[in-house]
Write a protein that binds this ligand. Structure first.
Ligand SMILES: [Zn+2]
Length: 405
């Protein structure tokens, strides 16, 4: 409970939260599962990432979070694996995610449909869903895209932070003026399959092209509102208005540098100011990354930056509600994909704070439930329906170019 909270209102918020079907659009825990053999059953206290930041996710905290459906991110970096291997990396992450479900059958269930999520809510378990982050993972092949669908992937973020052969990213030089013709074909094929198109990380022109092409609702699995905080990772107002017409959902990212311009600015200024010291530490600890990370953390804690409260998340929800509508906003925390969360939040267990803050600001129970999960479920079910009724034939020409060996 927040320090200054009204205990009655807090209890009411917890009740609403527990009753709701809660969907979180983005969690990066599969990467440490592969790289650090992270086990979800491990209590995270005292256990640290290679980069020194505490984890946000584990089985115990899933229970406290109230989350019904969590999208495990099959995230592949756009700059690693330049000479191939992106698809292999995705395969490793998908296997690691499935193994966690197999290891913990009393807590986790693999889910691929809106109906699955509804059923699992009644069982009191957590639905594990998967989304690909980085469209280059399909290595320019619609054949591969279809196989990823068969493996259970239900959304694909078209880029990460780099523009690639068929889609432009938010902070990189454009290569395709948004989506290339093949990129548009990827979107159509995703519609045909019932795989949600995710506009987090893409350029504004790519967002606009996706909205021109997609016949199904789209999502931003982990992006906030540019009208509140002017960051290229956030979604601008003109796109928000179009998402309302499209029936899609913008799922709010909790990263303070996206939530608040001041945090972003001070973080950048600090990095520039401390560069000589950081370079020296990197040199000193070049054979011991853990020691470097520890030293970096100490230096950062001696040089603190502005940290917004968790209530800033609800400022973004308010904005999207005002510009697009209450039907077009959701939750996309980015747990374990970001180094820190807003003040008051340590991990997924603190998600009920968002419900409390919405209630405190006068949101109705129905509207709170929409934000927590019902909006996503509506968009997901609609995408399934578009896939079922789609008359589009499977494309025979399945790849952008022949695979070179
Ligand atoms: Zn991301």
């Amino acid at each position: 409970m927040p320090k200054d909270a009204d205990p009655k209102l807090w209890q009411k918020a917890l009740k609403i939260h527990q009753k709701a079907t809660v969907i979180d659009g983005h969690n990066d825990i599969p990467s440490p599962m592969v790289d650090e053999d992270f086990d979800l059953a491990t209590n995270s206290v005292g256990k640290f990432h290679k980069d020194g930041d505490p984890f946000h996710t584990d089985l115990n905290r899933f229970k406290r979070s109230g989350i019904t459906g969590e999208f495990f991110s099959i995230y592949v970096s756009g700059t690693d694996y330049q000479k191939g291997g992106k698809m292999r990396r995705a395969m490793d992450l998908i296997d690691a995610t499935n193994r966690e479900v197999e290891k913990h059958p009393n807590a986790l269930v693999s889910c691929t449909t809106a109906g699955d999520i509804r059923r699992v809510k009644k069982q009191g378990k957590v639905c594990v869903l998967m989304g690909i982050e980085g469209g280059y993972v399909i290595e320019n092949s619609l054949y591969a895209l279809r196989n990823f669908y068969r493996l259970g992937i239900r959304y694909m973020t078209l880029t990460h932070n780099v523009s690639h052969d068929w889609a432009d990213a938010h902070n990189d030089t454009p290569k395709n003026n948004g989506l290339s013709d093949f990129g548009k074909e990827v979107v159509r094929e995703m519609n045909r399959l019932g795989m949600l198109v995710d506009i987090s990380h893409v350029s504004v022109k790519t967002m606009s092209d996706v909205l021109d092409v997609s016949t199904a609702p789209i999502i931003a699995s982990h992006s906030s509102a540019r009208g509140v905080s002017n960051h290229t990772r956030n979604v601008p107002d003109d796109i928000l208005k179009r998402v309302a017409t499209n029936g899609g959902v913008i799922m709010i990212n909790f990263y303070p540098a996206f939530l608040d311009e001041r945090t972003n600015r001070e973080q950048n200024e600090r990095s520039a100011r401390l560069k000589p010291q950081l370079d020296a530490l990197r040199e000193k600890h070049k054979d011991n990354p853990e020691a470097y990370n520890q030293a970096e953390r100490e230096l950062f804690s001696q040089n603190p930056i502005y940290m917004p409260s968790y209530t800033r998340v609800v400022d973004h929800i308010d904005h999207i509600k005002n510009v697009a509508g209450i039907d077009n906003v959701g939750i996309g925390s980015d747990y374990d994909g970001v180094p820190f969360l807003p003040a008051g939040m340590n991990g997924m267990e603190d998600l009920p704070l968002v419900t409390y803050e919405m209630l405190r600001r006068g949101y109705s129970e129905q509207d709170i439930r929409k934000v927590l999960g019902e909006n996503f479920l509506r968009a997901f079910a609609k995408a399934e329906q578009v896939a079922r009724i789609g008359s589009r034939k499977i494309s025979g020409e399945g790849s952008l170019k022949k695979i070179k060996n």
